[in-house]
Design a protein around this ligand. Sequence first.
Ligand SMILES: [Zn+2]
Ligand SMILES: [Zn+2]
Length: 352
Amino acid sequence: MLAYTYVERGKFEMREKPLPRLIDPRDAIVRVTLGSICTSDLHIKQGSVPRAVPGITVGHEMVGVVEQVGPAVSTVAPGDRVVVNVETFCGECFFCRHGYVNNCVDPQGGWALGCRIDGGQAEYVRVPYADCGLTPIPAVVSDEQALFVGDILATGFWAARISEITPDDTVLIIGAGPTGICTLLSVLLKNPRRVIVCEKSLERQRFVCEHYPQVPVVSPEECLDFVRTLGNHGGADVVVEVAGGDDTFRLAWECARPNAIVTVVALYDKPQVLPLPDMYGKNLTFKTGGVDGCDCAEILQLIAEGRIDTTPLITHRFPLRNIEEAYRLFESRSDGVIKVAIENTEHNAKLF
Ligand SMILES: [Zn+2]
Ligand SMILES: [Zn+2]
């Protein structure tokens, strides 16, 4: 089968690989019907994900159809359309039982697919702990509607969930890339008094204005003044930092009012400074980390009800065979690209 592969730093290539097989009784094999490219894939390519294993098939955002399940799998069956979760988790350890699935202590736990084990920019993928890692897609939800549920939408939904947003709040979201927009959609579901988006790219500012005209968009330069004026108490009640730029962490806590919650979803290239003397007396609460991707069923239900729609993020489509071209576009951020969909309709390889 076709499998897009991490060869070495700076090099991915399409390879022909054998079909995946069930290894553990809790595994499933999924025929990938639609996938995407994530910024984390680019980080692997750049060599900035040390735990990524050369030779693995990349890709961790995908939906598909279950082809085979191990004898211990009980919640999905062959023929089910499913979302694949970016995180692998056992469902049984202390962290999983508390919903902190990002910290699953299983050796395979965490971001394994497309990083440490073969992922989904391929015709088929083996998913460990399939009962946890696969969520059935309701019949009324299309593959494109479900595409981001297991990764960037899970991230935005989790960020909104942990940010303790109330109807009185002014919420500032820093960053309107794909995850920023997923965060925006999830924050809007909480019906806060006001949501403000801060984004430096003019193209992405325009994207937000066009699709979410009720949401004011400001540049990083305008942001602090704007939020101080509009927020009722000298700043935002909740700040969600999704940008990960050089100065966006500072911007996040500066824009927060005293006693605000600052949720840091962003992944930074460099260490960030927490200048405690400057923020003394501001009494901020910081929440940081990587997604606990355990809300996929709830998110799919919201999509089925028409309350979340991420399809405008899909700006370009490519067949798996031409994924190279999709990477070039996604990396160059040209032609207004937000996300690409990788369509997989050939499936020349047959499992049975
Ligand atoms: Zn990702
Ligand atoms: Zn676990």
